[in-house]
Design a protein around this ligand. Structure first.
Ligand SMILES: [Zn+2]
Length: 503
């Protein structure tokens, strides 16, 4: 409706005005939709983000990384003290407890160590067989017991049915990681024992002996299904058996008797969990989980007389940021649409144990967990650059790019993982979420000369940068929590990470 002059005078005038108004209104309606974060008033968001401060981080990291915390090993009274401190903070911010009426998820730890050496032996029966000397044999402290049976060379990709046999796996330095973690699957396939034939240097073999001779910590209670497991030097096996292993041929003529002994002790550790319920009746049953690890490696070999490995960057920087994020989100007048979960875990340095336990015992439905934002070591290296590992694996990357653009005031640049050969993707707690199908982003600013050393101290942290990364993660959290659609995996990444990992 453009001006129509042919009809009624005054009314003529009024009518066009009305149509102008109508147009204006429709224009208003058709204006590009408000940025999603606007569903959380930007003024409120900015005010909340400002509470994430370098000054607060300095206090929190200073407390967590103080010498009196003795490097917060798992388990320890100092780590428990940190967990209970964080639980009190969550409660004081008004967060809801994550585990029933508790902010603490307790999980069992099993320490296994090799038992008496006279309780260990390995005999190979068949051409050229005999007893294997203890210098050529390493019992894995898994169980006290005996396994006897035909030796069956196993193809790790397709072990087949192994009932009543002792599975024989060829191990070299290149496949050690995959091979040595396969025992569980082989026992599930029916094997009564597992023997790893190690074809590597003496130095490497002795390294394995030191590794398996240390007391080992595992999450959970002793696994009744675990059976005698050991490593043997390939060159100590009968020649015919070695060539059969090499060719993947039949070893029916060989059998073995394997005896191992182990002793166990139980302990426990804590994950700290608090949450904020979302404001949208439709979306509040979907969750974003923010994580960091509270633990570090404890007291170790002294360097210049200092033996406390303070772990200020690793990962007091992430843990303190989680506390600041919880406080900032709790300060919003209206929570974002989806629910927000804040979790600090134990046992990360010992094999991602706390997050592994959570992944198997989730307190919020995994299938409704739309994202995990993990923070580990964001306090050192560059002033204005941060790495977000996992950026290309889901639409979380696009959201992050949008937030970066919207919040140029943070002065942060994002780069892809410059250390792919380090496999950092598999080395922090997000991996236990990713392998369960939860899209992840892992914020990290990289290793440095004090990594896992006594000089990873609070006075070496870049507090202003850490606070800016914290604010970035805050705005990202708002974006994910308010976005109509939940983050989506890239199909190839999903196949690689979730299906490849065997969730
Ligand atoms: Zn760490």
């Amino acid at each position: 409706m453009m001006f129509d002059r042919s009809t009624h005078g005054g009314a003529a005038i009024a009518r066009p005005l009305l149509s102008i108004l109508l147009v204006l209104t429709s224009l208003a309606c058709s204006r590009a939709p408000e940025p999603l974060s606007a569903q959380t008033d930007p003024r409120d968001a900015n005010a909340a983000a400002e509470t994430i401060s370098a000054a607060d981080l300095r206090v929190r990291i200073g407390a967590l990384a103080h010498d009196s915390m003795r490097g917060r090993p798992t388990p320890s009274p100092e780590l428990e003290k940190a967990a209970r401190h964080i639980a009190r903070r969550f409660e004081s911010f008004g967060l809801l407890p994550g585990d029933g009426d508790s902010y603490l998820q307790t999980f069992p730890l099993t320490f296994s160590s090799r038992g008496a050496s006279d309780g260990e032996s390995l005999t190979i029966d068949g051409p050229g067989g005999g007893a294997i000397g203890s210098e050529d044999f390493i019992a894995v402290p898994s169980v006290s017991g005996r396994a006897t049976g035909e030796l069956r060379v196993v193809d790790l990709g397709a072990p087949g049915v192994l009932t009543g046999t002792i599975a024989l796996v060829s191990v070299s330095q290149s496949n050690a990681n995959a091979a040595l973690t396969s025992a569980r699957d082989l026992l599930d396939a029916g094997a009564s024992g597992v023997l790893f034939a190690v074809d590597a240097s003496d130095q490497y073999f002795e390294g394995l002996r030191r590794f398996f001779s240390r007391e080992r910590m595992a999450v959970g209670v002793p696994d009744e299904l675990i059976a005698p497991t050991a490593l043997v030097r390939m060159s100590s096996l009968p020649a015919a058996l070695q060539s059969a292993i090499g060719s993947g041929g039949a070893t029916g003529q060989f059998s073995a008797s394997l005896r191992t002994s182990a002793s166990f002790r139980q302990d426990q550790a804590l994950n700290t969990i608090g949450w904020i319920e979302g404001s949208d009746p439709e979306l509040r049953d979907e969750y974003i989980v923010f994580t960091a690890h509270m633990d570090h490696v404890g007291v170790g070999r002294p360097v210049d007389g200092d033996s406390i490995y303070n772990g200020a960057d690793d990962d007091a920087s992430g843990t303190a940021t989680i506390i600041e994020l919880a406080e900032a989100f709790a300060s919003l007048p209206t929570p974002p649409r989806r629910s927000l979960v804040f979790m600090t875990v134990s046992g990360e340095e010992n094999g991602l144990l706390g997050s592994a336990w959570y992944a198997e015992h989730p307190l919020f439905p995994t299938e409704e967990t739309v994202a995990n934002i993990n923070i580990d070591m964001i306090g050192r290296n560059w002033e204005d650059t941060v790495v977000a590992i996992g950026r290309d694996e889901s639409t979380l990357g696009d959201m992050l790019d949008r937030v970066l653009e919207e919040h140029a005031e943070l002065g942060l640049a994002m780069i892809d993982d410059p250390w792919p050969e380090e496999n950092f993707y598999f080395r922090s707690d997000h991996f236990n979420f990713a392998r369960k199908g939860v899209p992840i982003l892992f914020f990290f600013t990289g290793p440095h000369e004090d990594y896992h050393g006594p000089n990873d101290e609070a006075d070496r942290i870049l507090y202003d940068k850490t606070a800016r990364i914290g604010r970035l993660i805050f705005f990202l959290g708002i974006e994910i929590a308010n976005e109509a659609d939940r983050p989506q995996w890239d199909a190839a990444a999903y196949r690689r990470i979730v299906e490849g990992a065997g969730s």
